[in-house]
Design a protein around this ligand. Structure first.
Ligand SMILES: Cc1cc2nc3c(=O)[nH]c(=O)nc-3n(C[C@H](O)[C@H](O)[C@H](O)COP(=O)(O)OP(=O)(O)OC[C@H]3O[C@@H](n4cnc5c(N)ncnc54)[C@H](O)[C@@H]3O)c2cc1C
Length: 223
């Protein structure tokens, strides 16, 4: 899908925690927004200021997009997101980004998310299992404490319904340590890692040390 200028209206907002907010956007132009799970939109906030927000919902709902943001960074993007109120008009460009899952890829996916980096992975995992993906997949979801694992209940529910989905919420160890422990072999593995640059590097180092090709580690760096 080619990126284009779009317009939507805020339909709802929800506080998932005191610092994490979801916003639903009802599409106006175009009325349905085609994208691939894992992609993001670019929001202009000023002449030289743009911020990226990933679509947390799935391509199955092209008329209504959900965004999810951590407001803790407290810069212009957080301030804008925190002010969004039902009825507000939002202009953006999208869809953008290549952190998407190729369904024809026969390798087994390992998803690794650090805190708000869960957003693209929530879209991908939800979309895959809602559309008949029966194959094994693993998710390692790290946060500083349980309260920051905002989509935990959803992933537990996916894991209950689909035994091939192995869900590992993590608070006590680092994501890289858990990936190391859970991955005795990197044979036919493809990894999707999203969050901060440091975690992405640690996870990639763990996997490449076991023999995984660097190109088999796909990443989305939020900060
Ligand atoms: C491809 C892409 C997709 C993104 N998708 C999302 C998303 O879905 N939800 C979301 O909340 N953010 C997302 N981000 C981050 C978002 O674009 C902004 O960077 C973020 O909201 C902070 O913007 P700000 O203007 O408030 O703070 P800034 O003034 O830009 O940043 C302040 C400082 O905080 C750091 N920082 C930014 N985000 C975090 C964080 N979460 N944790 C710790 N430090 C951080 C920055 O590196 C900087 O040092 C995405 C970024 C990229 C590149």
């Amino acid at each position: 899908m080619k990126p284009r200028e779009c317009r939507a209206r805020v339909a709802a907002r929800r506080a998932l925690t005191s610092e994490i907010r979801e916003v639903d956007l009802a599409m106006e132009d175009p009325p349905a927004f085609e994208f691939a799970a894992g992609q993001w939109i670019s929001v202009p906030l000023g002449p030289k200021t743009v911020r990226a927000y990933t679509i947390a919902s799935t391509p199955l709902e092209p008329r209504r997009l959900t965004l999810c943001a951590d407001l803790a960074p407290n810069g212009p993007g957080s301030a804008w997101f925190g002010r969004l109120t039902p009825g507000d008009s939002v202009s953006f460009k999208g869809p953008l980004g290549g952190f998407v899952y190729a369904r024809a890829d026969a390798r087994r996916p390992l998803f690794v998310a650090e805190e708000i980096g869960i957003v693209p992975i929530r879209s991908i995992v939800t979309w895959l299992y809602a559309t008949g993906f029966g194959r094994p997949a693993t998710l390692v979801y790290w946060a500083r404490d349980r309260g920051w694992l905002v989509y935990d209940a959803e992933f537990r529910s996916v894991a209950r319904r689909y035994p091939s989905f192995a869900y590992h919420p993590v608070v006590a160890e680092s994501a890289a340590m858990v990936v190391d422990r859970l991955t005795p072999s990197v044979d036919t593995l493809v990894a999707y890692v999203a969050g901060g640059g440091e975690t992405i590097n640690h996870v990639r180092d763990v996997l490449t040390a076991k023999g995984l090709d660097r190109k088999a580690v796909k990443w989305e760096k939020f900060w």
